[in-house]
Design a protein around this ligand. Structure first.
Ligand SMILES: *[C@@H]1O[C@H](CO)[C@@H](O)[C@H](O)[C@H]1NC(C)=O
Ligand SMILES: *[C@@H]1O[C@H](CO)[C@@H](O)[C@H](O)[C@H]1NC(C)=O
Ligand SMILES: *[C@@H]1O[C@H](CO)[C@@H](O)[C@H](O)[C@H]1NC(C)=O
Ligand SMILES: *[C@@H]1O[C@H](CO)[C@@H](O)[C@H](O)[C@H]1NC(C)=O
Ligand SMILES: *[C@@H]1O[C@H](CO)[C@@H](O)[C@H](O)[C@H]1NC(C)=O
Ligand SMILES: *[C@@H]1O[C@H](CO)[C@@H](O)[C@H](O)[C@H]1NC(C)=O
Ligand SMILES: *[C@@H]1O[C@H](CO)[C@@H](O)[C@H](O)[C@H]1NC(C)=O
Ligand SMILES: *[C@@H]1O[C@H](CO)[C@@H](O)[C@H](O)[C@H]1NC(C)=O
Length: 286
């Protein structure tokens, strides 16, 4: 509960930010805006050992031909950005929040550091976020959750377009240096199928009703963090569950006795916690 004020404040700041820049910018962004955003990103790269951005991101060619950039065929706007495995070092500039047609964002396995700018919340078409295997720090920004609930409050007559990430299906932020609590809203992104928070220093509990709010979740991976408290008492509403990874945390109490009808569930990793009644799990898995 003590998270709420901070969380709300972040969201409100974020909404103001999106109101100030978002809707207007969102409507008037164009191909040139996309180019400026990518140039800003390029200028925030401090080490590019394979000279990818210097040779393959040249202003003499269209950004749609740049390595790792995919444009939509109709509007020629950037729809995917894949900088995975490029050994890049740098930070993410707020300008990336202007890539308003972006659906997929991959930065896996580089040395990006710093925090994730909240302007990314304005990327309302985003469906896949992969920031795994980097050195991002700070907390998991509240914008990772859906803001649609706050829109419903109607505090600012908020236009519908504003920063709702409720289309996100895959979120990978594993193996970074993130700490603190996970905003409750993240455990509320109903479209999520894969949520990987593995290998950070996150703490706090997980909401008991997580399965009601994540009906599509297949792989919740919370392993190697400092999560604590009891496991959710009801796992059966997570009907799509394939793999449950909770190992190396401080979860306490017992495994839910009624695992229910989790016919898809293949693997549970719960070693190195503070749990009892572990043998019940074996009975639950077919
Ligand atoms: C693109 O948007 C910028 C500012 O948002 C504007 O100055 C520019 O004229 C636009 N370009 C085109 C081709 O519409
Ligand atoms: C991203 O790029 C890397 C390296 O080129 C490639 O291995 C990977 O498959 C790409 N990922 C996606 C989702 O396109
Ligand atoms: C894009 O975003 C940056 C930072 O968030 C901002 O300064 C800039 O004016 C925005 N708009 C355009 C059209 O580049
Ligand atoms: C990340 O990339 C490095 C090389 O840059 C490689 O050695 C390592 O196995 C990769 N890690 C993952 C998890 O893909
Ligand atoms: C989560 O979603 C439920 C129902 O959609 C809503 O009642 C609840 O307030 C949400 N919580 C957060 C923190 O977004
Ligand atoms: C679990 O909690 C104990 C006591 O607070 C702490 O010493 C330990 O480091 C924690 N372990 C993990 C994996 O978070
Ligand atoms: C399990 O699911 C099947 C098919 O959805 C259903 O027929 C069965 O009654 C369920 N069993 C329990 C114990 O809920
Ligand atoms: C395990 O949990 C018990 C209570 O459930 C607590 O007393 C004990 O300190 C915990 N151990 C660790 C290592 O966190």
């Amino acid at each position: 509960m003590e998270r709420q004020p901070g969380f709300l404040l972040t969201i409100i700041t974020l909404l103001l930010l999106c109101i100030a820049k978002g809707p207007v910018a969102a409507r008037i962004t164009n191909f040139t805006t996309d180019q400026s955003a990518l140039l800003a990103l390029r200028s925030h790269i401090t080490n590019d050992p394979h000279n990818i951005l210097t040779t393959k991101w040249s202003t003499t060619t269209s950004i749609c031909n740049w390595m790792g950039v995919t444009c939509g065929v109709r509007h020629l706007r950037v729809t995917a950005l894949n900088l995975s495995y490029m050994d890049l070092t740098g930070t993410i500039p707020p300008h990336l929040g202007n890539l308003s047609f972006l659906v997929k964002l991959h930065f896996r396995n580089n040395s990006f550091h710093g925090t994730l700018p909240q302007e990314l919340a304005c990327l309302r078409r985003l469906q896949l976020i992969n920031f795994g295997f980097n050195n991002f720090m700070g907390t998991i920004p509240a914008w990772f959750g859906s803001l649609s609930k706050l829109q419903a409050f109607n505090i600012f007559e908020i236009p519908n377009e504003i920063g709702s990430l409720d289309q996100v299906e895959f979120m990978y932020v594993q193996d970074n240096a993130l700490k603190g609590h996970v905003p409750v809203a993240v455990f509320n992104m109903s479209s999520l199928t894969i949520l990987s928070l593995h290998g950070n220093s996150l703490n706090g509990g997980i909401p008991d009703n997580i399965c009601q709010h994540l009906p599509n979740i297949q792989v919740p991976n919370l392993g190697n963090n400092q999560f604590g408290g009891p496991l959710p008492s009801k796992l059966w509403p997570c009907k799509e569950l394939l793999e449950l990874v909770l190992e190396n945390n401080n979860f306490t109490g017992s495994i839910p006795k009624k695992m229910g009808n989790l016919t898809q569930l293949m693997e549970i990793y719960i070693a190195c916690n503070n749990l009892t009644e572990i043998d019940l799990v074996k009975q639950s898995i077919k």
